[in-house]
Design a protein around this ligand. Structure first.
Ligand code: PHB
Length: 402
């Protein structure tokens, strides 16, 4: 809490805490229908741009970036992936998305989605404050919630809004505005994490390779022809300093090895991070005039690449609801947000959990556990129903299915 005097007080229909992809895409969608928002973020633009995140975008979300006028860069710099490899028992099995569900995903890093959105907001004259401090939010059960912050230039601002959106990520302060007695938090921790790194190396495979092995999980992903993104399973307490390039490649080769002779293309390791993960949902996603979107409301483990896609789906629903609420319908329109967003949230929770438990060797797993997992993987790749299920979940669900 700060008692510093307010230098400027402004009003805006919608105040958004968070200027990551969810917060910026919401502001962009609302800006297109003439509703001006103010976004704030405690991170600087540079910090967000340089924090590596997942890189898979559903075709629908990719098309939305183009169709809503954010940018068509994804079509030029992104890569269409019409399938994915599941590797287990030392062999790769391709799931062809096009064959099974007529869809693809796009490999386009989240940092690029962010850059496109931040550029679009700047181009369109949107108000976005990066690097703010001393954020305060409140009065969310009134018709005039507020957001106060100290901007990067030291000026203290207050924004009085009609609606306040918490798009402030997995360490959200906004979700704590919902009193304990009025919210339920559902979560699950996992006894493993991912060791993520970039490497200056040629591609090992043209599509993503999700690998199960008795030595743990590995994911081979790509960035460019010469830079790749990879992950292997590690202990949540693992220290990156304990891993030399040599040790990393020994581990990766051990995980992917098999009778087909597949190997990872090696190169210098550029950046290393341990990514802990968990599954989390807070309900309700709306409380008074506060609405939660993206990671603030729910987090998924990265195994199914659902996180960003889910956040973009939330704000697609939310933009429509807020447009009605700011217009003639008022606050009553907000009741439609959670029903429109939550079904996909729990489907994605299930898919991310399912992929995670199927592909990782839990510490202390028995031979039975590992062989049962291989039976499960075999059911996925060897049956049309299994392949179609994975393809449909991974590429996102068609929106007109019901
Ligand atoms: C990535 O490219 O960083 C990536 C892709 C798919 C995932 C997770 C991360 O499931």
């Amino acid at each position: 809490m700060t008692s510093a005097p307010i230098d400027t007080t402004t009003t805006a229909p919608v105040a958004i805490v968070g200027a990551g992809p969810a917060g910026l895409m919401l502001a962009h969608r609302l800006g297109r229908v003439g509703i001006e928002c103010v976004n704030i973020d405690i991170r600087t633009r540079e910090e967000i741009e340089t924090t590596h995140r997942a890189g898979i975008i559903e075709a629908v979300a990719a098309q939305d970036l183009v169709d809503t006028g954010v940018s068509d860069r994804i079509l030029r710099d992104g890569h269409e992936h019409p399938g994915v490899d599941l590797r287990f028992g030392g062999q790769s099995h391709r799931i062809d998305f096009q064959e099974h569900v007529g869809a693809s995903v796009w490999l386009y890093p989240q940092t690029d989605v962010f850059i496109d959105l931040a550029d679009a907001r700047a181009r369109d004259g949107g108000t976005v404050h990066f690097g703010v401090t001393d954020t305060e939010v409140g009065d969310v059960i009134t018709e005039q919630p507020y957001m106060r912050f100290t901007a990067a230039d030291g000026a203290r601002h207050e924004v009085r809004a009609q609606f306040l959106v918490g798009a402030d990520g997995s360490r959200s302060v906004c979700r704590d505005l919902v009193p304990e007695g009025e919210r339920t938090q559902y979560f699950r921790e996992y006894p493993f994490a991912w060791f993520g790194f970039m490497t200056q190396a040629p591609q090992s495979a043209p599509e993503l390779v999700y690998t199960h092995s008795p030595h743990g999980f590995a994911l081979l992903s790509q960035r460019t022809d010469t830079v790749q993104r990879m992950y292997f399973q590690c202990d949540p307490e693992e220290s990156v300093d304990a891993w030399s390039d040599e040790r990393i490649w020994e581990k990766m080769q051990q995980i992917v090895a098999g009778p087909d002779g597949f190997t990872c293309q090696e190169g210098p390791v550029l950046e290393k991070t341990v990514l802990r993960f968990r599954s989390f949902v807070q309900q309700p996603m709306r409380y008074g005039t506060l609405l939660l979107a993206g990671d603030a409301a729910h987090t998924v483990p990265p195994t199914g690449a659902r996180g960003l896609n889910l956040a973009l789906h939330d704000v697609k629903v939310l933009a429509g609801v807020l447009q009605r609420a700011v217009g003639s319908e008022g606050e009553s329109a907000l009741a439609d947000y959670e029903p429109g967003a939550l079904e996909r949230v729990w489907r994605a929770q299930n898919f991310s959990y399912w992929m995670t438990q199927m592909l990782h060797a839990a510490p202390g797993a028995s031979d039975f556990d590992l062989r049962r997992q291989m039976g499960e993987l075999d059911n996925v790749v060897a049956t049309r129903a299994g392949r179609t299920y994975l393809a449909e979940q991974y590429t996102g669900w068609p929106s007109d299915e019901r």
